[in-house]
Write a protein that binds this ligand. Structure first.
Ligand SMILES: *Cc1c(COP(=O)(O)O)cnc(C)c1O
Length: 489
């Protein structure tokens, strides 16, 4: 057998990336129709059976540019404001491409591993939680799981047990509001606590947890010998951006020695806006906090961070226990003192022991690139602009006779609706309005319910969300609302 090289090209990145870059720039002009329009064509072209013979890199790039990129996601459009997700900025996209090529894993003593920790420290500093240490994971779902894994470890260790080694031997409870993200319930399921162990506490009319109901639920469980594992506060609910009374919840947690977790997947960056910064008081009481750089910070998707007071507790919660295939790869047991002479001699910080992922991409470089590019100042301006946009809509809706504000915005989400006395069923009107709005492919908010009423819900988090988008959405809602008002009366 001759020593034939693999057919796959592993060079020529400069031309490959610039060709794809050209198609992406074209995509970002948003002159293309929605992917659904050409679905029959592209799905027929792409939907072939597994190719026995490859077409080569050139043709692959051609297909990416011609068939795939132009039929990409509406999430990247400037008028898309539905879910809390957004397109990556160029700096994050370039950084993630660089790491996939130059450092396919986050461990080993490389500059990439170094940036993993540095960027976590930068985030902690920016959010005034520099006493906490972080670990990245793929998203808020896993970040909540990791944090609550720490909570479970802590609660059981306090009664002399190791739940991750030995399993659970008693009923437990987690406390969160009825507006909490359902990844809290899923985490409880995965951790063996059970989804039903999550006590969903009622909210007030602002979507914030009812402190009295929380207190009663804790007292009742304590009286019944149920082990409290965590109290979870929302720093910005997914639905409306409501912020729970973090300080009061933290104090209650400390009073009963319960782990205090803050879910800031979406809303933690909100604190950069002075107008709402005081709503984050009490964060210093948190045992764990999560944030999704891939939401409000504009990172490419697949990046969340869990911050904890003590990373060793995560290690005890998530250790795989020593494994030969890892440790044996850099065996220095025969040495008197381990010597580090090569990046392979050092795993760097063992993030793989602080969570549920072993193989994982370098995410720090993305956060680093984003912060290096625009600084805290740039992110602060963005957050303020987005909070402004929600307030522009709110103020306009309050004074316009055909609009109704359903909830005063706390962060960058605004819940409002078209309103008229000519049509009885306003839910139906707004539902139809929303469908037409989205079909027009320019302004794409989501809907939600506030106090039982169907609301139009724009959520602004993207780097390309600019103030004109708020004005444009208001204009479009009024125009469509008046059309429907005449059709439905
Ligand atoms: C989005 C969100 C999550 C889940 O995050 P993913 O990154 O989508 O996994 C959890 N909590 C809150 C409050 C969220 O907004």
């Amino acid at each position: 057998m001759t020593n034939r090289a693999d057919k796959a090209e592993i060079r020529n990145l400069e031309s490959a990336l610039s060709r794809v870059g050209g198609a992406l720039d074209e995509f970002l002009k948003f002159e293309h129709p929605d992917a659904f329009n050409n679905r029959a064509q592209w799905s027929e072209h792409l939907g072939i059976s597994v190719p026995e013979v490859g077409v080569g890199l050139d043709e692959v790039i051609e297909e990416i540019n011609q068939w795939i990129i132009p039929n990409g996601s509406p999430i990247t459009r400037p008028g898309f404001s539905s879910f809390i997700t957004t397109g990556a900025t160029t700096a994050s996209a370039v950084a993630s491409a660089a790491s996939s090529i130059a450092a396919p894993q986050r461990y080993l003593g490389t500059a990439f591993n170094f940036l993993e920790e540095l960027s976590l420290e930068w985030l902690a500093e920016m959010f005034n939680i520099a006493n906490l240490k972080g670990v990245y994971s793929s998203g808020g779902s896993v970040a909540n799981l990791v944090a609550l894994g720490g909570a479970r470890q802590s609660a059981f260790e306090a009664i002399g047990r190791d739940p991750s080694a030995d399993g659970l031997d008693r009923p437990t409870a987690i406390y969160a509001s009825s507006e909490c993200h359902h990844t809290i319930q899923r985490s409880a399921g995965v951790l063996g606590l059970g989804r039903r162990s999550v006590r969903t506490i009622a909210c007030n009319e602002l979507g914030q947890i009812d402190m009295q109901a929380l207190q009663e639920a804790v007292n009742q469980d304590l009286a019944n010998d149920i082990l409290p594992v965590a109290i979870v506060a929302n720093a910005g609910t997914t639905n409306t951006g409501a912020i729970d009374p973090i300080l009061k919840m933290g104090q209650l947690a400390k009073q009963h020695n319960i782990w205090f977790h803050v879910d800031g997947a979406y809303g933690l960056p909100g604190m950069l806006d002075e107008r709402v910064a005081d709503r984050y008081q009490g964060l210093e009481l948190a045992d764990s906090i999560i944030v999704d750089p891939h939401k409000w910070l504009g990172a490419s998707v697949g990046i969340a961070a869990t911050f904890v007071r003590d990373r060793e507790i995560l290690l005890r919660a998530f250790t795989q226990e020593p494994a030969d295939y890892l440790e044996g790869s850099i065996d220095q047991s025969a040495e008197e003192q381990p010597v580090i002479e090569h990046s392979l001699d050092d795993f760097g910080i063992p993030y793989f022991d602080y969570g549920v992922e072993l193989s994982a991409p370098c995410r720090g470089i993305v956060v680093w690139a984003m912060l290096r590019e625009v600084g805290v100042e740039g992110l602060r301006e963005r957050v303020i602009r987005h909070n402004d946009m929600a307030r522009i809509i709110a103020d306009y809706a309050k004074q316009h006779p055909k609009l109704e504000l359903l909830l005063e915005p706390e962060l960058s989400i605004c819940c409002f609706r078209f309103s008229t006395d000519k049509v009885a069923d306003l839910d139906h009107l707004n539902q139809r309005l929303h469908r037409r709005l989205v079909r027009n492919n320019v302004y794409m908010p989501s809907t939600t319910r506030v106090d039982g009423k169907l609301a139009i819900r724009p959520c602004y988090v993207g780097a390309h969300h600019v103030v004109e988008q708020a004005h444009g959405l208001l204009g479009a809602v009024l125009e469509l609302g008046e059309q429907l008002e005449n059709e439905m009366k």
